[in-house]
Design a protein around this ligand. Sequence first.
Ligand SMILES: Nc1nc2c(ncn2[C@@H]2O[C@H](COP(=O)(O)OP(=O)(O)O)[C@@H](O)[C@H]2O)c(=O)[nH]1
Ligand SMILES: [Mg+2]
Length: 126
Amino acid sequence: MGYAQLVIGPAGSGKSTYCSSLHQHCETTRRTIHIVNLDPAAENFDYPVAMDIRELISLDDVMEELGLGTNGGLMYCMEHLQENLDEWLTEELDNYLDDDYLVFDCPDRTLFTCSCAEELCETPKA
Ligand SMILES: Nc1nc2c(ncn2[C@@H]2O[C@H](COP(=O)(O)OP(=O)(O)O)[C@@H](O)[C@H]2O)c(=O)[nH]1
Ligand SMILES: [Mg+2]
């Protein structure tokens, strides 16, 4: 893959809305972007999802199977993503070309920066 943008911010700050607007703008201007959902709690999308963390792990499954609450479940999901970043994300990124543009719709900022933002920034360079 060639280029990436990480959309971060607190819950409800408009990250997914921004991704959706960006996708619409690119469609209008006949450009192609690929949006990656990294929020394991996300359910509805206003944009086509190119890659989805929920294929790896979803908050609902974690809460149900491990009996965790929302925060504990999100922490678990982020740790799981961190542990599987190489295997899952690197493999998925191999499907994209050098001039592709990816936009990562990230989960809540605190949980995300606590766990795997740094690793994610390093992964596309690998
Ligand atoms: N007033 C206002 N509301 C917004 C804006 N961007 C998003 N919202 C609303 O804020 C809520 C949360 O947005 P969302 O994109 O899901 O936030 P996320 O949790 O950061 O992904 C939604 O109801 C949006 O319609 C904005 O620029 N201005
Ligand atoms: Mg969102």
